[in-house]
Ligand binder design. Structure first.
Ligand code: PLP
Length: 479
């Protein structure tokens, strides 16, 4: 029996896996460009996409050519020169989990459709709650406890995670909103540099973008504790009811953390829901050296944490975490459907009751397998190394004539510019992109344009940074 579905999977899979392994090793060694941008129409032609769609017939021989060309055009995240965005450089544990999910497709909206996938999800959520210092979640069959448990769910991305949290926060302030629609006086407070998904969630929930009141910040865009009261008053003076306050941990653009402890205390004093957006930087919780950046997290009501940023997990895998399960009960309906017990009471969890999504991917398995291979120690070391390299890069860059950094990094994200003028920074980035060896992004800090590094690849080191600066100098000589 050589032509069973399993045999075909194995035959074609071996070919694909061999190409992927070569691509991975080449990328880690700095081979090939980190990025190469081909016009999309040309790429579609070269990949013969329309032909394949019409004719089908891809097999163990032809798949190799296709994958090879596809990988040539792929942005290489494992490459040392990849320093642009906060998208994880996935561990092969996550890659294998994607394959397992791809074959089994256990979507676990209901427990029957993926018992092992659901168990993996609950296990990694418990691990994350524990890292946050919050109570672990209730598992079906657990004996009742007096203290409230934590709760969480995995969702397809931090943006959905923020929406989920804000739904729970809104339900706490305005329980009638789910049935009757949104009252017009709700407001939330967030830094101007908070992720755009916060404002977007407010718009999606029918609150309107204008319901998001900016917190006062310093020149680096970090929330000022002494400005909290004024921001709050401004909303109250407009006749608003503030239902949540959002902290960046850290802000996407700068990688700088808001003062979580001070904001948490303020929220406790005023009875406000406090949400920590740790999409990128909750990973600091894993490190004894970096955990202090989230000091005060015990004062928060909710936390989001993207495994597909700093936890070496492929996109997407975002955790929504609640310190108190009862708050999560309210997110999607008023009657507590936190655990959809029914007849399965002692058996499993129907995750459908906790998410915007109905059908989901096997998100828990990806993070679980990354952890199972690397261990929490391995992940902690990765986070520490990348944060440390950013600090070293900051020293290297600041000491080089003509280069300037606007602040000291607090994570693996840092900014710099070479010479004066916003246009020059953009021209440098465009030239770097054309060369393809170093892939960097750019952002504004205090109204000025900077080049921005997000040091994600384990292959990036001090010599990568030196090489980047050499390239920047060469580019400017030619401008
Ligand atoms: C990346 C990010 C998000 C959004 O997460 P996605 O998974 O890209 O949807 C939200 N908040 C912060 C602070 C982020 O860095």
């Amino acid at each position: 029996m050589t032509d069973t579905p399993g045999a075909r999977l194995e035959r074609t899979g071996r070919t694909v896996l061999r190409r992927l392994a070569e691509h991975l090793d080449e990328s880690v060694a700095g081979g090939g460009p980190a990025i190469r941008l081909t016009p999309i129409g040309q790429l579609a032609d070269e990949l013969r996409l329309a032909d394949w769609i019409r004719q089908g017939g891809m097999d163990a021989d032809s798949v190799a050519g296709f994958v090879e060309r596809y990988l040539e055009a792929a942005t290489r995240l494992h490459h040392p020169g990849y320093m642009a965005h906060q998208v994880a450089v996935p561990h092969h544990g996550a890659a294998l989990a994607e394959l397992i999910h791809g074959v089994t497709n256990n979507a676990m909206a209901i427990y029957e459709m993926g018992p092992a996938a659901a168990a993996a999800e609950l296990a990694v959520l418990d691990w994350m709650l524990d890292a946050a210092g919050w109570p672990r979640a209730r598992w079906p069959g657990d004996t009742e406890t007096r203290e409230p448990r934590g709760a969480g769910v995995l969702t397809h991305g931090g943006s959905l995670a923020n929406l989920t949290v804000l739904l729970a926060a809104r339900a706490t302030a305005a329980p009638e909103a789910w049935q009757d629609g949104v009252p017009g006086d709700l407001a939330l407070l967030a830094a101007p540099d908070s992720h755009y998904s916060v404002t977007r969630a407010a718009a999606i929930m029918g609150l309107g973008e204008r319901s998001v009141y900016p917190l006062e910040v310093d020149g680096r865009g970090v929330v000022r504790p002494d400005g909290l009261e004024d921001s709050y008053r401004r909303a109250l003076d407009d006749g608003r009811r503030v239902f949540a306050v959002v902290a960046n941990a850290p802000a996407t653009g700068t990688g700088l953390y808001d003062p979580i402890e001070a904001m948490g205390r303020f929220c406790r004093e005023h009875g406000l829901w406090f949400h920590v957006d740790g999409a990128h930087g909750a990973a600091a919780l894993l490190s004894d050296r970096e955990r202090h950046r989230l000091r005060g997290l015990e004062l928060a009501d909710s936390l989001i944490w993207d495994a597909h940023k700093m936890l070496r997990t492929s996109t997407l895998c975002a955790a929504v975490l609640f310190r108190d399960e009862r708050a999560f009960d309210r997110a999607f309906q008023q009657e507590a459907a936190y655990l959809f017990y029914g007849e399965d009471r002692e058996i499993g969890v129907d995750l459908i009751t906790r998410t915007v999504e109905c059908t989901k991917s096997g998100l828990g398995l990806k993070l679980f397998m990354t952890l199972a291979f690397l261990g929490e120690e391995g992940l902690a070391r990765y986070v520490e190394d990348r944060f440390e390299l950013a600090r070293r890069a900051h020293r290297t860059i600041s000491n080089r004539p003509g280069f300037e950094c606007p602040y000291e990094p607090e994570s693996n994200v840092l900014c710099f510019r070479y010479g004066e003028g916003d246009d020059r920074q953009i021209a440098i980035r465009e030239a770097l992109l054309r060369e393809g060896r170093y892939y960097v992004s750019s952002t504004e800090v205090g109204g000025a344009r900077y080049l921005r590094l997000s040091i994600m690849s384990p292959a990036t080191d001090g010599s990568t940074i030196e090489g980047l600066l050499d390239s920047v100098e060469r580019i400017v000589e030619r401008l």
